[in-house]
Every structure is written in C-alpha cells, then in structure tokens.
Design a protein around this ligand. Structure first.
Ligand SMILES: Cc1cc2nc3c(=O)[nH]c(=O)nc-3n(C[C@H](O)[C@H](O)[C@H](O)COP(=O)(O)OP(=O)(O)OC[C@H]3O[C@@H](n4cnc5c(N)ncnc54)[C@H](O)[C@@H]3O)c2cc1C
Length: 528
C-alpha cells in the first residue's frame, strides 16, 4: 500500500528519520510496530515565524517498495544525421538545445569561444590572483557558460515556458543530487557543477554531436532571408562553415555579437535591465535575522538542522524596483568581468553553502528613459551605459580587478568608510564613495532601498556589511527579437535567438528550457 501525505514538522524531526516515521505513523494511524518506508517528494522551509516549520510531501509504503523513477531520454546517434544545427555558445541554453537535438535526430554542432572546464579554471585563478582577465575565458565565457561557476540555484518562476522537471531530471541523470527535485529552492553548488557539465559534454559527443572550444563566431553571410554560412575563428585561424540552421545562445556578455548584429542591420532592441551592487553580510547575521535567533548559541543550534539562511527583498523607490537578486548564502562574491578594464560582480556558493558570508545582488530596475543621454547609441544604448559604469568601477577600484566598496551604513549616510570589513571578493577591495560609481539615479535609489530593507529585516542595515560594485549583468540590456510561434528572427528564417543573451531567459533553468524550445522550433523548420 502506498500513501501520499503532507506534513508540517519541526526542523529536528525533518532531519531524523526515526522521528519523522513516528510522525507519519501518527498521521496515517499506523500501528507503531508496523514496518514501512518513506520517501520525501517535496520539501520547503517556513521561517516566517519564530517557530520554524518544514513542509513536507511524502509517500509512505507498507508491504511494497516505493517505485524508483527511471530517467530515460531518447538520445539518438546523430553522427551521420542528415539534419544539423549549429549552436553558438555552450551555456545552459546551448547545451540543452544540443541535448534536445539528440532526441530529435538533429546533429548539434556547438561553437564555444571559451575553453573546456578544466582549462577555464586556470583563467579564473588568474583573475583572482593576478588581476588578469582573459576576454575569451572567464566567469562568463567557456564550457557551461555563465552557469558553470555559479551558485547553481535552480529555482525559476518561468514555469509556463517549458518542462522544469525535465531539466532537473536531465541534471540528475548527469550527476546532480536527486534533492534538486525535492527542495522548493534547489541548488547544486559551484564545486559540483563542473563535473555535471563535463558529463553533458560526454553525452553530446557520445551520441555524435560536436563541440568546438576556443572557437568564436565572428561573422556570417546572408542571402534570401537566411544565414548561409558562419565565419568562425579558432585561436585566430578563420574558417567559413555552411549552415542549415543557427541557434544563437551567446549569453548576455557577448557584446561583440550585439555589435555585429547592429553593424549588419539585423534587428535588435534596447530592453530594460538592472544595475546595482553586491551586498555582503556575515552569514551568521543573516541566519540570526531570518531564523529569529537572539544569540550566537541559538544560531548554532538552529543551523545544526537548517541550511544557511537566504533572503529575498523588494521595494519600490520613486517608481523604480529595488530588489535582491541571486542571493548566495554561505557564498563568495565573484569577479565576472569579461574585459580587462571593467569590474563586474556576481556571486556563487559551494554545495554546502558553508562560507562565512552571505552575498546578494541588490539592483535597481531601469527603463530605457533612465539612460536617455545614451540614446544616440540606438539599440546599444543600455549596453553602452552598462559599459560606462563597469569602466568607472574599474577606474575607482584602482585600475585592477580590485573592486570599489563601502560599508553599507556608511554608503546610506554618504560617508566614505575609513576601513572595510573582511570580504569574500578575492581580488580585493578599495574604499570609495560608491555614489560616485553608481551615479545620480542608481545611487540614491539604492540608498533608499537599503533603508527600507533595514526596516523589513532588523539588523540588515549595518556597517558589518559591505557593498561591492558593480552588479551590472543581472540581465541583458539588448533583446534579439524573434517570432512567438516559429522562434525565428523576423529577418532571418533559420536564425533562432536563444537564452539569456537574446532576452528570453534569466537563469540556468529558464535558459535550459529556452534551449529546448529553440531546438524544437529548429526541428519544425528543418522538417518543412
Ligand atoms: C557568478 C554567476 C553566478 C550565477 N548564479 C546563478 C544561479 O545560482 N542560478 C541561476 O539560475 N543563474 C545564475 N547565474 C546566471 C546564469 O549563469 C545564466 O542565466 C545562464 O548561464 C544563461 O545561460 P545562457 O546559455 O543563455 O548564456 P551563457 O551561460 O552566458 O552562455 C553563453 C555562452 O556563449 C559563449 N559565447 C559568447 N559569444 C560567443 C561567440 N561569439 N562565439 C562562440 N561562443 C560564444 C560564451 O562563452 C558562453 O559560454 C549566475 C551567473 C554568474 C556569472
């Protein structure tokens, strides 16, 4: 007999199978001596009140086994497939487009400007230790895209855009822990993502797909509403490849791609985006606030059952949304520039989220009218505004990968910090007036936003926290338009703008789902 049930239990009970089974038996009216097994299907934490609860959906089985799910994907051998699809970018969008192509019998050929995972790691170390940014291999470019050295948070609100569970199952199939299908806010962790991406690569190659690293799309030819060939550069050696179809999944940092499209009069549009800073607090402080603890001992007690606490904050300030973005409990602030003369922040966490810091992007949503002086750049207006802020951060940070920073309360009070707290950002910090980096609109909106956050989370607005800037790549400032049905570009009937860089995703899961959708659309086009 199988019985599904929902329970609300204490964190201590949720962490102890014997106690949990006692609760289940009580709830289902089982004889305490009866033998049964349980499996947790869904788990979420309700920490709104002092009395923290864990919500569980479980299945209990008496005298039978709980059926194991068999993950089966219909990958086919496409080595000699007649149909092919060139995919630009090996980020989540490009990789999941390729996996879907394998299911559809299309040969995926991925072109990736960056290096494979292992080689890429050395370039990340060079940013942290030597302040050297390789423009082709960094936190945004390389195998796995921006998603590889990320937090690996898998929560998405885009549940109407595709089959989230299929994406999660694919990740589990390639090595992720099954818990990602159980937790309400799943995450993988930077230490586990690289192996998983390597396994996805192995699947693509095993079934006859191709993946070329160190190879960059630099141009393409067009005739009769179609892209006919792409010009690629492999470590400086150029080659022209004829193509049938092209999925463009080059991510939000491929500025040269936007510039190429603009130069070739291929329609692109400026779109709203957000700019701000990374705020970093001691994790213990965030735990204390979120888990309602009065003392260090209480935090340590609670943390023996619960993960590092996170938060999500949003407020309106004079018509602008100010909100937290990509909050990384127990994480690290990462240097995510793609050029030498700019500073870009983002954040990641290891799977255990056990670093002593909690960081989050805190950004201000901007409309096109907010960067009016950049209007003459046309569709590239937001991109130029974004560039200018990142370069200003580089100048004020001391023209290395050290980032400009200020204690949080000092920022709100307009006082340059005399010193800075210890921080996870490895290239180092320079104390500056962050208002000067952020400018007249973003700076004041952030100050107001932080005050409102301080009222919501008592203790948040403190000089024990530091803000580091700039957090400028939360989303793309450019959209590459596409037809709602065919997903093709309005001028080019075999070009599929895809993923975050084209403006159709914001995160790993939504980018992966968009990759699948574009592969489906490509299949429909090739089948005509
Ligand atoms: C540090 C960090 C932490 C993050 N944390 C999270 C998180 O926890 N959860 C989450 O959901 N999201 C997170 N994100 C965002 C997430 O990584 C992106 O939303 C996602 O990777 C977008 O996928 P994509 O495939 O559309 O683009 P990308 O991942 O940006 O991939 C684009 C790829 O295209 C390649 N490329 C670019 N130009 C060319 C060219 N001309 N020729 C060939 N190849 C090219 C790039 O090298 C890159 O590999 C994080 C991002 C960063 C940087």
């Amino acid at each position: 007999m199988l019985k599904q049930l929902q329970l609300q239990v204490s964190p201590a009970t949720a962490n102890n199978e014997i106690l949990l089974k006692e609760e289940v038996a009580l709830h289902l009216g089982f004889n305490p001596n009866i033998s049964f097994t349980i499996k947790i299907l869904k788990r979420s934490i309700d920490a709104r009140n002092r009395n923290i609860k864990i919500n569980l959906t479980l299945v209990a089985a008496i005298n039978e086994l709980i059926p194991q799910e068999d993950f089966h994907f219909n990958y086919t051998n496409v080595l000699d497939a007649k149909r092919s699809c060139h995919i630009i970018g090996a980020g989540p969008a490009g990789l999941f487009a390729a996996l879907r192509c394998l299911e559809l019998g299309i040969k995926p050929i991925i072109i990736e400007r960056g290096k494979d995972i292992k080689a890429r790691r050395r370039d990340l170390a060079a940013i942290n230790k030597e302040h050297v940014v390789n423009p082709e291999s960094n936190y945004c470019f390389g195998e796995g895209g921006a998603g590889t050295y990320s937090d690996g948070k898998l929560y998405t609100r885009s549940n109407k855009r595709g089959d989230i569970d299929k994406i999660l199952k694919t990740l589990v199939y390639h090595g992720a822990n099954e818990d990602i299908r159980v937790d309400a806010h799943p995450h993988i962790g930077t230490n586990k993502l690289p192996q998983l991406i390597e396994k996805i690569r192995e699947t693509i190659l095993y079934f006859g797909g191709e993946l070329r690293f160190n190879t960059k799309l630099i141009d393409f030819t067009i005739s009769k509403d179609k892209v006919r060939s792409i010009l690629i550069s492999e470590l400086g050696v150029e080659q022209e490849l004829p193509i049938e179809s092209l999925i463009l999944a080059s991510g939000h940092s491929a500025r040269d791609i936007y510039e190429l499209l603009y130069k070739k009069n291929i329609l692109i549009e400026a779109k709203p985006f957000a700019i701000g800073v990374r705020a970093e607090h001691p994790q213990e402080l965030i735990d204390r606030i979120q888990y309602h603890c009065g003392s260090v001992e209480a935090v340590s007690e609670v943390r023996s059952y619960l993960p590092a606490a996170s938060y999500s904050l949003v407020n309106q300030v004079k018509g602008h949304g100010v909100y937290s973005f990509c909050m990384c409990p127990g994480g690290i602030i990462a240097p995510c520039a793609t050029q030498q003369q700019e500073i870009v922040t983002n954040g990641w966490s290891p799977s255990k989220r056990n670093n002593p810091y909690a960081n989050s992007g805190i950004v201000v949503g901007l409309e096109l009218s907010d960067y009016e002086p950049f209007k003459h750049f046309g569709a590239l207006a937001g991109l130029e505004f974004q560039k200018q802020l990142e370069q200003k951060a580089w100048q004020m940070g001391g023209k290395t990968q050290s980032a400009p920073a200020q204690r949080l309360l000092d920022f709100v009070n307009g006082k340059v910090s005399s010193d800075l707290p210890s921080c996870s950002y490895q290239p180092g910090l320079k104390s500056v007036d962050m208002q000067q980096v952020l400018g007249k609109l973003v700076g004041p909106a952030l100050k107001e936003g932080f005050k409102l956050f301080g009222a919501k989370m008592r203790g948040y607005l403190t000089n024990d926290a530091v803000i580091v800037g700039v957090e400028s790549r939360t989303s793309t400032p450019v959209r590459i338009p596409r037809d709602k049905e065919t997903l093709t570009h309005p001028q080019l009937t075999n070009l599929f703008p895809c993923g975050e860089g084209a403006g159709y995703a914001g995160g790993i899961v939504s980018a992966a789902m968009d990759g699948e959708r574009c592969a489906n659309a490509c299949n429909a086009m090739l089948s005509k």
